[in-house]
Ligand binder design. Structure first.
Ligand SMILES: *Cc1c(COP(=O)(O)O)cnc(C)c1O
Length: 381
């Protein structure tokens, strides 16, 4: 009997390496690369991705989750790990005692850390340069930074901001915000405040070829081959290579239904011709969803598209109409190539009526991850 095909997600570490190099090349050799691995590395599996990024010699990792940071240390990741801002002072304190670099977003948090630690402790400061989310707003940031510098036992290593934009029309807004942040940092430096890391640009800024005077960038989307733009306009994202290469399942059962049969699955009542139905052991519990009204979803079996008829909690059923001899154990591709046919992440997201990154979040952590290294033929099974 054939070895059953594993239900798994395959990540392409060759594509990851290529995207890292592309971002380093766009950023320029004078800028450090901080890799954003938040949200389970954007759904790609935080441990194998962080291990690969460490081998690729990125300068640091950044995540918003203390749990994720702890998991990485347990798996031998020695890179500095920056924690994006969390509101919770208690968690921030834990992060400090465990050797992670916290982001300070308000004075009380800085005072609390300063009051507890015995030795100089590395922290980053976050400035809100116009996004309107976390960090001290630029207008009041000068006094804020001065106050924090007066506190004992803080080693203020970095200062950063975040100016994401999803519509390339907002490029000018981002360019202005970067300039305002640059000017702010320049004024601080003139007044004698030193930072070893200054950082403002994420994927969107780099892909849109914006520039700044900071000495680091913090990139997520692009490393995974994901475009940060919902409307890319003139920004070219074609050089990015998808890291989520395949999602695989397998056939566990097939059944034949004669002409005229009433079968409920997919609403196939009163069949006009005989049909064969295939069942896969992956369903909503694995993050899969039914297509929204008016959309169709397909999977690949033996290099051909098979329509999804229904998605239930633990199973998906597909229409094997016109496919001869499909049997239990046969591999099924939800995402990626089988022969010359391909199902893209965008087409899945489109069927679900959401953005590609949202689709990855639904699937995140639900499939065992298998890493394909650069030497494996990528994308084909
Ligand atoms: C997520 C995040 C980034 C990375 O942004 P991408 O768009 O994924 O490149 C950078 N900085 C901060 C503060 C973030 O939260």
């Amino acid at each position: 009997m054939n070895q059953p095909t594993a239900v798994c997600a395959e990540i392409d570490l060759g594509a990851l390496a290529s995207n890292v190099r592309l971002m380093q090349q766009i950023a320029g050799s004078d800028k450090q690369l901080i890799a954003s691995i938040k949200a389970n590395a954007y759904g790609h599996g935080v441990v194998p991705i962080a291990q690969a990024l460490q081998d690729l010699k990125v300068d640091a990792l950044a995540t918003g989750s203390l749990k994720e940071a702890q998991l990485l240390r347990q798996h031998g990741i020695v890179l500095p790990i920056l924690l994006f801002a969390f509101a919770d002072s208690e968690l921030t304190m834990r992060a400090v005692t465990e050797g992670f670099i916290p982001t300070l977003t308000h004075l009380q948090m800085a005072e609390a850390i300063s009051g507890v630690v015995k030795n100089p402790t590395s922290v980053y400061l976050k400035i809100d340069a116009g996004l309107g989310r976390l960090g001290e707003p630029l207008d009041s940031a000068r006094q804020w930074v001065e106050k924090i510098f007066q506190l004992p036992n803080l080693r203020i290593e970095g200062i950063y901001t975040h100016v994401p934009f999803a519509d390339s029309k907002q490029r000018d807004w981002a360019a202005q915000r970067l300039q305002a942040f640059d000017q702010f940092v320049a004024e601080l430096k003139n007044a004698g405040y030193q930072f070893s890391v200054t950082q403002a640009m994420a994927s969107c800024c780099l892909l849109a070829r914006l520039q700044d005077h900071c000495n680091a960038v913090c990139v997520g989307h692009a490393l995974y081959g994901l475009s940060p733009f919902s409307s890319p306009g003139s920004v070219d994202v074609s050089q990015l290579r998808p890291v989520m290469k395949n999602l695989k399942s397998r056939i566990i059962h097939t059944s034949y239904h004669a002409e005229g049969s009433d079968i409920a699955v997919g609403g196939l009542y009163g069949l006009k011709r005989p049909r064969t139905i295939g069942v896969l052991p992956t369903g909503m519990a694995h993050g899969l969803c039914k297509p929204v009204e008016g959309k169709v979803m397909a999977v690949l079996i033996r290099g051909r598209k098979a329509k999804v008829l229904s998605v239930s909690l633990e199973h998906t059923t597909v229409d094997l109409d016109g496919m001869e001899g499909v049997s239990p154990g046969d591999p099924v591709t939800f995402l990626g190539y089988d022969g010359d046919e391909e199902i893209t992440l965008s087409s899945i997201a489109n069927a679900w009526g959401i953005q590609p990154l949202e689709a990855l979040m639904r699937l995140s952590g639900r499939f065992p991850i298998r890493s394909m290294d650069a030497t494996e033929e990528s994308g084909r099974i």
